[in-house]
Ligand binder design. Structure first.
Ligand SMILES: [Zn+2]
Length: 134
């Protein structure tokens, strides 16, 4: 599970990219953005899972190119984000994940984490995070 969004996995977020064959094989992970404070934590979590399942020999590679994009987030994960209360990324008008209203305003470019912006719904008055596209 993602350390910042506990309802979706790092596979659904597109952070786990691939398994590279070889000796040893490697799990390829791409951080959501360079300098994301969760990157080290994610790497440690993958390490722990691998070790716990007897895959201690498998390495982990950080791959920065191609850069992660919000397009790698699966459709299912978009729905889970919305249910969790985060407006998923995409070309759509920001919409309140609670009531669906598009009558919203931007409060801050930085929400609970730097990869999200803080909006507020003018109808139900609830604030919500919106995943920024990049
Ligand atoms: Zn609302």
């Amino acid at each position: 599970m993602d350390p910042e969004i506990p309802v979706i996995s790092i596979v659904e977020l597109g952070i786990v990219r691939d398994i590279e064959e070889g000796s040893p094989p490697h799990v390829i992970i791409t951080p959501t953005y360079v300098g994301c404070p969760a990157t080290d934590m994610i790497q440690e979590m993958v390490r722990e899972k691998l070790d716990a399942h007897g895959y201690g020999h498998i390495g982990i590679k950080n791959q920065l190119s191609p850069a992660w994009t919000t397009e790698w987030i699966t459709d299912e994960a978009h729905e889970k984000l919305r249910i969790y209360g985060i407006d998923p990324p995409g070309g759509h008008t920001p919409s309140c994940p609670r009531c669906g209203s598009q009558n919203t305003r931007l409060i801050s470019e930085f929400g609970s984490t730097p990869c999200k912006a803080l909006h507020a719904c003018k109808d139900c008055l609830e604030p919500f995070d919106r995943f920024k596209c990049h």
